[in-house]
Design a protein around this ligand. Structure first.
Ligand code: SAM
Length: 227
């Protein structure tokens, strides 16, 4: 599904979130780098926005790994890192979250931007994906999730769902030529868990603590879990 979207993916993210997606990623980067990690994982890195931001702000000796199972998405990420002058600081790895090719406790922090829904919502591999993230994190390391969420207020929820159904799904499909991918985005965002349910999922997966904050009334949320 993701192999066909990279060409228009970034543009559509900016348009459909009115540019807020990058601000939300920036907040995730601050949380990821809070303990000044030496090795950071950007899981489901896609076109690499989070990895590029991480590499630009991490300590000079720190390394960033951008992992995704879609080579076409990572190809865009590589080109982006080169234009940003940070390609040398990012290791790109084609990897499935269900079987991460990393050692136990290899990372001091991990982030995931808008990929957590893919790994967990109606996904039979959900437990495996969360177990793998936990496995590759060192004890005390942070796992930072920025993802669409379910606004607590019903009027906002209704507006969000209408935006997804009436704008994101049809226009995303039209512009990208990948109707299925954008119908999936709209459907999964409408059906996705509330922020407190995501917290419970992370605690259930063995993370010791989880906190979240909502963006724009809850259309998106940032979760910080500690291994
Ligand atoms: C919605 S995109 C998010 C991309 C990027 N993180 C961002 O901030 O825009 C989700 C990404 O997750 C990747 N993905 C989905 N399931 C995966 C899995 N099981 N293992 C690795 N990557 C996966 C897809 O290839 C896609 O690039």
């Amino acid at each position: 599904m993701f192999a066909g979207v990279p060409g228009s993916y970034d543009l559509l993210n900016r348009v459909f979130t009115f540019g807020f997606d990058q601000r939300w990623r920036r907040c995730a980067v601050e949380e990821c780098l809070f303990d000044r990690p030496r090795r950071v994982l950007d899981l489901c890195s896609g076109t690499g926005d989070l990895a590029v931001m991480l590499s630009g702000s991490a300590d000079p000796g720190a390394s960033v790994v951008a992992a995704d199972f879609s080579e076409p998405m990572l190809a865009v990420a590589r080109a982006k890192a080169e234009s940003a002058g940070v390609a040398g600081r990012i290791e790109f790895r084609v990897a499935d979250a269900a079987a991460l090719p990393f050692a136990d406790g290899e990372f001091d922090a991990a982030g995931i931007a808008f990929g957590f829904r893919n790994l967990t919502w109606k996904n039979p591999g959900r437990e495996k994906h969360l177990a793998e993230v936990r496995r590759v994190l060192a004890h005390g390391a942070r796992f930072v999730v920025v993802e669409t969420s379910r606004p607590p207020f019903s009027a906002l929820r209704t507006g969000f769902d209408a935006w997804m159904a009436a704008a994101v799904a049809p226009l995303g499909g039209l512009i990208s030529g990948q109707g299925g991918a954008y119908r999936y985005l709209a459907r999964s965002a409408r059906g996705f868990y509330r922020a407190d349910e995501v917290d419970a999922l992370l605690l259930g997966a063995g993370f010791r603590t989880v906190q979240h904050r909502l963006f724009l009334g809850g259309v998106a949320a940032l979760h910080v879990a500690v291994r």
